[in-house]
Ligand binder design. Structure first.
Ligand code: 1GP
Length: 240
């Protein structure tokens, strides 16, 4: 079964999903086998690979190394078109709906077509919504867009619904990597209550409690990167 069908099925069955986000600029490939031993003992279900930048074009090698270590689906979460590699299983085909920068609304997507049109990657159209995590994040800087304030629930909701109505398969509420404050559970709850498609939440989630809060509020899939980068022992708290 493909990646998206599995996410839909999990949503239907109320099974929660966890993606470990690997930033190619930060992972230590010498330590990758031991990293994945911990991943496999945890409740992680997906591996996302990406970062706001990949100046040294590391993504392809990192994805190849990851594929040797795991059977979990490896999904690109690219900051730009240069991070596309055919070695992954799928790609979040992102459009930054919270911003008003055409480069990240449609231009990068057009530039990616030559790499995607004959590709075996599963392409999953995703509405990406940047929400203020009380820290200027790399996504904000690189995309040159402003996040939506957490208080502006109505705008967040309407942006998510505009994504669904325009055919996105997933909505991703993003506080930004390393955010001081994750997306508030009330925002996740309101969006989840009104959305039919699966909901991803990420950014600034560092504790088991915050992960549970996101799941309980209605996130179908949570993405965690920084907390695992900082302390691999966090996997021990998330055992199967
Ligand atoms: C960032 O949502 C992801 O794009 C994960 O964020 O690195 O803060 O876990 P963290």
């Amino acid at each position: 079964m493909n990646i998206y069908q599995n996410i839909l099925l999990a949503k239907k069955e109320g099974k929660k999903l966890l993606a470990v986000l690997i930033d190619p600029e930060k992972i230590d490939l010498d330590n990758i086998a031991s990293f994945f031993e911990k991943v496999h003992l945890s409740i992680a279900t997906h591996i996302f690979v990406g970062g706001s930048t990949d100046i040294n074009n590391l993504t392809e090698n990192v994805v190849a190394a990851i594929k040797k270590e795991t059977q979990l689906p490896v999904v690109l979460f690219p900051g730009d078109v240069k991070q596309i590699t055919q070695k992954a299983d799928g790609i979040l085909f992102l459009s930054l709906l919270s911003g008003r920068n055409p480069e990240y609304l449609i231009e990068q997507q057009i530039k990616s077509v030559p790499f995607l049109k004959d590709s075996n990657l599963e392409i999953i159209s995703t509405g990406y919504i940047l929400i203020d995590g009380q820290k200027e994040t790399a996504t904000q800087k690189v995309s040159n867009t402003k996040p939506i304030a957490q208080e502006n629930t109505e705008l967040i909701l309407n942006t998510a619904l505009a994504g669904e109505l325009s055919g996105k398969k997933l909505i991703y509420l993003e506080a930004g990597s390393g955010a001081t404050v994750p997306v508030d559970a009330n925002i996740t709850a309101v969006v989840n209550a009104n959305l039919s498609i699966p909901l991803i939440v990420g950014g600034g989630i560092r504790t088991k409690k915050q992960l549970e809060n996101a799941f309980n509020a209605g996130a179908d899939l949570v993405v965690i990167g920084t907390a695992f980068e900082n302390d691999e022992a966090f996997f021990n708290q998330l055992k199967k």
